[in-house]
Design a binder for this molecule. Structure first.
Ligand code: SF4
Length: 252
């Protein structure tokens, strides 16, 4: 179904939104790619004592979640419940736990940190300055991430190289300097069509916002749908430049 819609009252035509990409990846090629991923996850789990995966419930993270379950790799899951997520993301978390029979730990910010941010910058002060955006992500994401990783010796992300200029040299394994533990990006060499081929070919639950023009999903006030042909991370902190669209979770 096309995302293009007519606005009948004004006669204006809304811009066509990003849509889930078509692909021509064969089942055999997909299975081969998936097998490499499952082996990666098993190797990572075997090399560490306590591996944790931070999931946002968006497309890439659902590939990793499905692969963790199918590979049997001993990797636990958590999500950062920032307090500013879409309702759809909260519902998706419950759905995924039920679908796979897994537990996703929900890690929330400290109330005092959120209150301090709001007192200094205002609830949506992140729109005004880079400093405020960093402070908000610091309180709602970075500190909770630090808490979620206490005791872990490795963690996983769903990042891919081709997602952004800031990720173009992403390796499979890197050192998380901030926490002095290993950090893995098992989808580092995956393409967008491969991600969607996996989700559709393996009947993986898909976040509902992906059907509404959102290729990337984060906090509600900082994420919006993108137009067809736009950069897939254009909807994240859309008021910022392309090279500063990170929240600090993945900054070295
Ligand atoms: S993404 Fe936006 S709302 Fe979420 S923590 Fe960062 S600045 Fe705050």
């Amino acid at each position: 179904m096309s995302n293009t819609e007519n606005n009948s009252s004004s006669g204006l035509r809304r811009p066509e939104l990003w849509a889930i990409p078509q692909h021509n990846i064969t089942a055999t090629a997909l299975d081969a790619k998936a097998e490499v991923l499952y082996e990666r996850l098993k190797t990572i789990a075997a090399e560490h004592q306590d591996v944790r995966f931070a999931t946002s419930l968006a497309a890439e993270d659902m590939v990793v979640t499905d692969a963790i379950v199918k590979s049997g790799a001993k990797i636990s899951l958590f999500t950062l419940a920032t307090g500013r997520l879409h309702q759809e993301t909260i519902e998706m978390t419950a759905q995924v736990q039920k679908h796979y029979g897994v537990s996703i730990a929900s890690v929330a910010p400290e109330a005092g940190d959120v209150d301090a941010f709001i007192a200094q910058y205002g609830l949506n002060g992140f729109y005004d300055t880079e400093e405020a955006k960093k402070a908000c992500c610091g309180a709602r994401k970075i500190k909770p991430l630090n808490k979620a990783l206490v005791g872990a010796d490795a963690w996983l992300t769903g990042q891919r190289r081709e997602q952004a200029v800031t990720r173009s040299d992403l390796p499979l394994r890197e050192l998380d300097d901030a926490r002095n533990i290993a950090k893995y990006n098992p989808l580092f060499d995956w393409t967008e069509p491969e991600v969607w081929a996996y989700l559709q070919g393996k009947q993986v639950p898909i976040h509902p916002l992906h059907f509404q023009g959102y290729p990337s999903i984060g906090c509600e006030p900082c994420t919006r749908a993108v137009k067809a042909g736009e950069d897939i991370r254009a909807g994240r902190w859309w008021w910022l430049q392309k090279d500063s669209k990170e929240c600090g979770l993945h900054v070295k």
